[in-house]
Unconditional design. Structure first.
Length: 58
């Protein structure tokens, strides 16, 4: 069994013991990064896209 699976089982067991804790069940708005720090967004301009991906040059 993978260590993360063991951790998840342990975490779920503690959820039954201490039901007041809701740190693990957060909605996407609470965990989303700021747009300025989100490096998964598309490049804002064509020039930046060409700098990041030189194979896109026409």
């Amino acid at each position: 069994m993978h260590p993360l699976e063991l951790f998840d089982r342990f975490r779920r067991l503690l959820g039954w013991v201490a039901p007041g804790r809701q740190r693990w069940d957060r909605n996407p708005e609470q965990v989303a990064p700021d747009r300025s720090d989100d490096w998964l967004l598309d490049p804002p301009s064509l020039e930046e896209a060409r700098l990041l991906f030189p194979q896109l040059d026409e």
